[in-house]
Design a protein around this ligand. Sequence first.
Ligand code: PLP
Length: 396
Amino acid sequence: MKDTGMSTRALWAGEREYLAFGATQVPVVHSVSFGYDDMDDWYQVAVGKKEGHIYGRNTNPTVRAFEEKIRILENAEASTSFSTGMAAISNTLGTLLQPGERVVSIKDTYGGTNKIFTEFLPKQHIDVTLCDTGNHEEMEKEIEKGCSVVYLETPTNPTVKITDIKRMARAAKRAGAVTVVDNTFATPVNQQPLSLGADLVIHSATKFLGGHADALGGAVCGVKHLVDDIYHYREINGATLDPMAAYLLLRGMKTLKLRIDRQNENAMAVAKYLITEDMVEDVFYPGLSSQKGHEIARNQMSGFGGMLSFSVKGGIDTVRHLLPKLAYANRAANLGSVETVVGPTRTTSHVECTPEERAAMGIPEGLVRYSAGIEDIDDLIDDLKCAFQSLPKYIR
Ligand SMILES: *Cc1c(COP(=O)(O)O)cnc(C)c1O
């Protein structure tokens, strides 16, 4: 599939080997174990000398097809999968970091990831340094002091801040550290961290990869020897992706390119509209040329993504009135779905943090996260306009 385009890959990649009975679609193989009449064959598969499946916690054909598709989309040597995005993140950090070692990351990672850094890793005597997101000089200095992992997420959740992957991967290489990038917001359609020097890419497949908000999952792609270690950690610790979820994610991924192109367009149009709305204080979208990370985003991304956020005058009181008025948006905690999804950040991505912690991360209590769906753009903008216009007089 080397020279094929993203749309063709999203459809065809990784499936052929897993088709059965002449079916044109990958089956959901609901079997905990896989039997062998030949004891030597069984042994060869068990010790990894021969392809095959033994036990569902380790591998499963439907799950393998999902892993292959994301591997090919990310142009990676190897891939493995997880029950959730957070399992992918915790298993990766658990594999790469030992007591006494150090990880350098940013302050604006996903709320759950931030909790791993601030609550769980310190208990295991792992030193965590979180730099101001977008302060590349600070991050380079911290990496230079020595670390085993540089962990990035770009664009970030929810204020879509940008980090220069190539520059940070270069600093990590000099320090002998592994570079990990959470690519959930961008997807391989908009950004390919491995081609920018990263060693590992992580996904919450729950979001854009699946795209239909009906299945949880996670993936890690990258350098084979690292992915092998992470796979081993996961097969023992047990955060396995379910075959039914793998099927739903695989099916969703077929339209990844179409959906992301549309979501890129819709998010840009919504961001441009929001700038003109009186009640809006601030709009965060990497596609806006006024944005701090815009130039870096232009260099390392081929599209700016479906995620944006905005803060409103009157803070959470305005948000309380505004969001219920939207007809074409789910008010929910997920993102990356075909339907538009909105939510106050203090209730969604950063609910694990205290108001003080959110303030320290530059997240106003009245910030709204907006995940553009694939609706007709005129409907999305009309919906927002109407919602703003029907705010109570005392607010407007
Ligand atoms: C949602 C999300 C995660 C966690 O994924 P789950 O599938 O919910 O466990 C990690 N990183 C980012 C950027 C996310 O948006």
